[in-house]
Design a protein around this ligand. Structure first.
Ligand SMILES: [Zn+2]
Ligand SMILES: [Zn+2]
Length: 242
């Protein structure tokens, strides 16, 4: 269910089909003109996402930017149509996926050739629809002032080459994309540009943070995350991430 997670942090639940639709998080407050979306979601979800934004009290035209946790299809598929429905929001992506997006290299978006063929047929997608100019190329260690609070950018490759987490240290809120989920789950590491060992290192890095609220790209969100949760997940998965 959509809701306010914390002050200035809102959750719009993905609406999964046979392909998942990523959650969208909204940073900022209704009525403000500094509103950020984290991820866009799957193709065809613009009406749903805009409707949910309005139900939460946001003016879709006030969305200033969309930050991608990474560029897989279930997160970026909706972006071409969503940007048209909004008022030219900027696109911010980690530098190691931004260049491919600008050049129309869609290998990260689709992850594997078989999946690309299937999705292009199913959704009528042409080569090159996921080509975008990226207004800000994010780097590890960047501090982003979004909707009144500071969010740190952590580059956490493994699930994809340019996966990032956003971390708000004051309230210990982590938005880890598809790297870490609730219920001791992690993202897959068999797609283009993925790496088990990198994912292991990235999980270890997340394990060094204090996490109170976990807002992943799919499945349930967690409030009151048990201490050491990320470390336990990293330890549990380590034997498979070699
Ligand atoms: Zn993903
Ligand atoms: Zn995903």
């Amino acid at each position: 269910m959509d809701m306010q997670v914390e002050e200035g942090v809102y959750f719009i639940q993905g609406q999964d089909e046979f392909i998942p639709d990523s959650h969208v998080y909204v940073l900022g407050e209704p009525g403000s003109d500094d509103v950020t979306l984290i991820d866009a979601g799957l193709m065809g979800k613009t009406g749903y996402k805009v409707g949910r934004l309005e139900a939460l009290g946001f003016d879709p035209k006030a969305i200033k930017r969309i930050i991608m946790t990474h560029c897989h299809l279930d997160h970026i598929g909706c972006l071409p149509e969503l940007r048209e429905a909004l008022d030219s929001p900027e696109l911010w992506v980690h530098e190691s996926e931004a260049q491919a997006l600008e050049e129309g290299d869609e290998r990260v978006v689709y992850g594997m050739d078989m999946f690309k063929g299937m999705c292009q047929a199913q959704y009528g997608l042409k080569d090159g629809v996921f080509t975008f100019q990226v207004q800000r190329k994010l780097k590890d260690g960047d501090e982003l002032f979004l909707g009144g609070t500071t969010w740190q950018v952590l580059h956490i490759p493994g699930h994809s080459p340019g996966s990032i987490a956003l971390y708000e240290a004051q309230r210990k809120i982590l938005i880890p994309g598809d790297t870490l989920y609730a219920d001791y789950a992690i993202g897959r590491f068999d797609l283009f540009g993925a790496s088990g060992p990198q994912l292991k290192d990235s999980l270890m890095r997340l394990a060094s943070l204090e996490i109170e609220i976990l807002l992943p790209g799919h499945n349930r969100i967690m409030k009151g995350v048990p201490q050491g949760y990320a470390a336990q997940v990293a330890k549990q998965w380590a034997p498979y991430l070699r």
